[in-house]
Design a protein around this ligand. Sequence first.
Ligand SMILES: C[C@H](CCC[C@@H](C)[C@H]1CC[C@H]2[C@@H]3[C@H](O)C[C@@H]4C[C@H](O)CC[C@]4(C)[C@H]3C[C@H](O)[C@]12C)C(=O)SCCNC(=O)CCNC(=O)[C@H](O)C(C)(C)COP(=O)(O)OP(=O)(O)OC[C@H]1O[C@@H](n2cnc3c(N)ncnc32)[C@H](O)[C@@H]1OP(=O)(O)O
Length: 382
Amino acid sequence: MALAGVRVIELAGLAPAPFCGMILADFGARVIRVDRTKVAMTVDTQARGKQSVALNLKNPKGVAVLKRLCVQSDVVLEPYRKGVMEKMGLGPEDLLKENPRLIYARLTGYGQSGSYAKGAGHDINYLAMSGLLSMLGRSSEKPYAPLNLVADFAGGGLMCAFGIVLALLERSRSGQGQIIDASMVEGAAYVGSFMWKSRSLGLWNRPRGENLLDSGAPFYDTYRTSDGKYMAVGAIEPQFYQQLIQGLGLYDADLPAQMSVSDWPELRQTFTRVFASKTQEQWSRVFDGTDACVTPVLSLDEVLSHPHNQARGSFFKDSQGEISPRPAPVLSRSPAEPCHSRDPFIGEHTRSVLKEYGFKQAQIEQLLSAGIAECNEAKARL
Ligand SMILES: C[C@H](CCC[C@@H](C)[C@H]1CC[C@H]2[C@@H]3[C@H](O)C[C@@H]4C[C@H](O)CC[C@]4(C)[C@H]3C[C@H](O)[C@]12C)C(=O)SCCNC(=O)CCNC(=O)[C@H](O)C(C)(C)COP(=O)(O)OP(=O)(O)OC[C@H]1O[C@@H](n2cnc3c(N)ncnc32)[C@H](O)[C@@H]1OP(=O)(O)O
């Protein structure tokens, strides 16, 4: 796999850093997540392919252990508020001094500088600060965050993984590590570059929810079918729009022009009425194989069995029967091979990892009996 041989220490976080670590693990990196001790259950649902070491970082000896892990690794990924790592003596200066090849990834909401740097926040706040949230939502409604996808995952976890891969690539030439300041505000904004750079086309001149791609246009929206499901319509170009009209059994001559914005409400009403006359499956049969750009809106459970997804193996079931998306993109020679077994228990690999990183058996037992480290191998065997 592409990242085989890369060792990553991921400090346990909420959602974006775990996703970043999972991407790296899916593509072959060895990812060791450092968890807290005395925690019954992990909230990391993005732990595929990772190992877990439990350390008490409130104890200087726990910090020393972590330092030793970082110094012998390629990447450290930290999801804390600005200053937390420095307070523990694990800031980039300390770690890079001992391991100049280390890539030190800091995944935060607001970045390492600026007046918000130390503030708490979540996806919705970062999205708001990126400018993008102001554009999301239906006409005459308040801004609406699309789950926590944009800042946490696209602008956060994914962008940070991209930064790590870039830094690894650069290190292969320079031999040097570096610090990655991954701000979710900036990552989200960067993902949304199109919104800024397409303003010159007049794409966003109208209020929120009344433009071509923000559910303003009737040919770029979702429609309810007679069985309570939905179809997604993205028939922008005239030649594709014609196929939409044809599939719906409508006639161009009876309809207003596609780009007549003032007629969009009327056109939407017509589409709404027609889509409500058949089931999702019936509409899929009408539009499959055409260029009308009409697809069923599938649920998370339905994606696995859709023939197209099935043919590509786009989703898979792990050993627990849980459905997940296959890692993307697909590399022809060294594709990702996602781990199919269950996620690690907290501290499941403490002993084995510490041993591998050069700790003597007696040292490990001491750390465990003092509660500085915690091992849950037994739980894993049950
Ligand atoms: C919208 C998303 C988040 C969605 C996540 C949800 C899925 C989950 C969020 C809450 C969960 C629920 C909750 O936990 C309650 C239940 C728990 C139960 O077990 C399960 C069910 C729950 C209902 C549970 C269910 C779900 O899991 C949840 C609903 C996001 O937007 S995520 C993005 C958040 N932002 C960032 O990541 C940006 C960077 N980080 C930060 O800004 C801050 O870390 C943050 C997130 C604001 C948190 O601030 P906080 O004050 O809590 O921490 P920090 O200042 O960063 O400091 C960390 C301190 O922890 C110490 N520490 C770290 N590791 C260890 C260790 N191994 N041992 C000891 N101590 C450790 C560290 O030293 C710091 O200590 P100090 O504060 O003393 O310096």
